[in-house]
Design a protein around this ligand. Structure first.
Ligand SMILES: Cc1ncc(COP(=O)(O)O)c(C=O)c1O
Length: 381
């Protein structure tokens, strides 16, 4: 019988070390491998840019977590994104992407790939008619981020994948915000899953990494070739830290979801707050869809302040447990001011984040302490 997710997260891709019996696969901190004779490799490894046993453990684990065939691990989420874009696109090709994807994703597609002649259109992903209308003969990729960063929009993975496939377009889903503990895009028809493993998969804000999970053998071979040829690989220690983080992914996500739900409900309706963006609130436009395609609503909340930028900035700078920092998905709570921090690169574009928005990455601390921290920072405290 196939193992269930919580068991996969702890065991997939891993066996005890046959030499020492060590329960945990070691950090193979080596760049190269001694050969039996020229070209006759002892364990299948030649040079660590091409492969490293600690990375192999992580890559097998990532594939198993997403229910996919192949996993590839990278030095960062953007390195993973860049690799899949280059594996698919050539100058003149076109990408359709959501109008509130992570700012760095837009920067990569628009500025870096754009400079080589790749075209893009940003659309509202919840408007399926608009998505279909944006697809052109040159469109090769439909890039979906759900929940999105920072506005927590929920996109219909099954419907979007179906539209993409009707036009011969590859559907890529950035599953960073949900993590595979809450959402499996491949099961809804997506072709490729992307992660910033820096976030919930690593889970402790101590490692940078990215992942691709791909079912198609040919596309996997292309991405793997680029991983080897260009070298944006995850290092042995980083791979090991990510594997360690993943072991507690399920229990962490349960607490992230529980704390975030309580905090969203506490914030919703507060006179200083114009709007709370959290898919776990029944009034969220993606609430029903999130219930269908996710097994929990996640740990990320965005808040729009009635008092504009001044109120938002003051709040972001006034908390103690919620530390003012970029990134998300760690065990500790963080607060971010997207328009000048994570999403500064999209200022002046249609992806610009309003300056009254603050984003919370809700950690797994005691929720009463977190709510006390929020209360102390809200106007009127
Ligand atoms: C949704 C999402 N995708 C991708 C990335 C990029 O990942 P990394 O920072 O690991 O390169 C981020 C980073 O914040 C993100 O939030």
């Amino acid at each position: 019988m196939a193992n269930k997710f919580d068991t996969i997260a702890i065991h997939a891709g891993q066996a005890f070390d046959p030499t020492t019996g060590a329960v945990i696969p070691p950090i193979y901190q080596t760049s190269t491998y001694v050969q039996e004779s020229i070209g006759n490799l002892r364990g299948g490894y030649e040079y660590s840019r091409g492969g490293n046993p600690t990375r192999t453990v992580l890559e097998s684990l990532l594939a198993a977590l997403e229910g996919g065939k192949h996993g590839l691990s990278f030095a960062s989420g953007l390195a993973a994104e860049d690799t899949i874009l280059r594996a698919i696109l050539k100058p003149g090709d076109h990408v359709v992407l959501g109008n509130d994807v992570y700012g760095g994703t837009h920067r990569l597609i628009n500025q870096v790939h754009g400079a080589w002649g790749v075209l893009n259109t940003t659309v509202e992903m919840s408007d399926l008619t608009a998505v279909e209308a944006a697809i052109r003969p040159e469109t090769k990729i439909l890039w979906v981020e759900t929940p999105s960063n920072p506005l927590m929009k929920i996109s219909d993975i099954a419907a979007l994948s179906e539209i993409a496939h009707r036009y011969g377009v590859i559907a890529i889903v950035d599953n960073t915000f949900a993590s595979p503990a809450l959402q499996h895009p491949l099961a809804f028809g997506a072709d490729v899953v992307v992660h910033s493993t820096t976030k919930y998969l690593g889970g402790h804000s101590d490692v940078l990494g990215g992942a691709l999970i791909i079912n198609d053998d040919e596309l996997h071979e292309k991405a793997k070739f680029l991983q080897f040829a260009a070298g944006p690989v995850s290092a042995p220690l980083d791979s090991w830290l990510t594997v360690r983080g993943i072991k507690t992914l399920s229990v962490r996500m349960e607490r992230h979801c529980k704390n975030a739900q309580a905090i969203a409900e506490f914030l919703d309706g507060h006179p200083a707050i114009e709007h709370v963006y959290y898919p776990g609130l029944p009034g969220h436009p993606g609430h029903e869809l999130a219930k269908k395609q996710m097994s929990g609503f996640g740990g990320m909340i965005s808040i729009a302040f009635a008092g504009g930028a001044v109120a938002a900035r003051q709040f972001a700078e006034s908390m103690h447990l919620f530390q003012l920092a970029e990134s998300l998905g760690g065990v500790e709570s963080l607060v971010n001011y997207p328009s000048e921090m994570t999403h500064a690169s999209v200022r002046g574009t249609e992806l610009e984040v309003p300056d009254n928005i603050v984003r919370l990455s809700v950690g797994i601390e005691d929720v009463e302490d977190l709510i006390a921290d929020l209360k102390g920072a809200l106007p009127g405290a």
